[in-house]
Design a protein around this ligand. Sequence first.
Ligand SMILES: C[S@@+](CC[C@H](N)C(=O)[O-])C[C@H]1O[C@@H](n2cnc3c(N)ncnc32)[C@H](O)[C@@H]1O
Length: 241
Amino acid sequence: MPEIPVFREEPVSFVRRSGRMSQAQDRAFEELAPRYLIDVQRGLASTSVHAEARMNPTLEYGRDARLFVEIGSGQGHAIISAASSRPDDDFLAIEVFRAGLARTMLDADKAGVRNLRLVEANAPEVLDSYLPEGAASEVWIFFPDPWHKTRHTKRRLVRTGFGDSAARALEDGGLLRLATDWEDYALQMREVLDGEPQFERAFEGEWAQRYDGRVMTAFERKGIAKGRDIRDLVYRRTPRA
Ligand SMILES: C[S@@+](CC[C@H](N)C(=O)[O-])C[C@H]1O[C@@H](n2cnc3c(N)ncnc32)[C@H](O)[C@@H]1O
């Protein structure tokens, strides 16, 4: 029997679809990737990060600045808006959806954004080893795929163990910001992070206020249209011992 290659032991929070790219999207990868997309050394899977690969933010951005990381940046609306309005900070978008990465590069180029880089990879691997420990001032996760069917919830990005990955990447006192329109995912996020000694709540009451640095995307609009409550959460990374 031939051995079946096992790429990862843990289920990933995405399904990669081999949709065709438009000409503009192909062009984005050809022309803009050298400026925006970090060429990551891979492990076995095409969206993996080689265990030895390390990002050097000073080299990537050509300076030392605070780093804001968005996981699952989709079309890039939130991170482009933040990067263009805060030129003194640096931004990293982590996404596996190629058409979204292409759109992000096209819009970033149009807006003249220079303080943004993209990584096409499975986000937990970027947090676990690719980013230098404590490199991120904030990590954002806005409207992660809900995986709402019971048999799929194990695929959720924010599940037991995710706190370790986020805590490694964040500096002491750094913030993890989350938003979702799925109530039971919001409850799961809160349960996972409340139980994580490396984080403390940075909000009072049941839920955090809407983060005003988060632009409205199609996912939030759809949730609202369906009558769902939008839940924001924000957690602070506790100081390392
Ligand atoms: C529902 S969309 C939300 C996109 C965006 N945050 C927004 O609000 O418009 C979730 C995105 O997360 C990406 N994603 C899911 N799991 C990921 C992972 N493990 N690493 C990187 N990106 C991931 C998906 O490809 C998808 O584009």
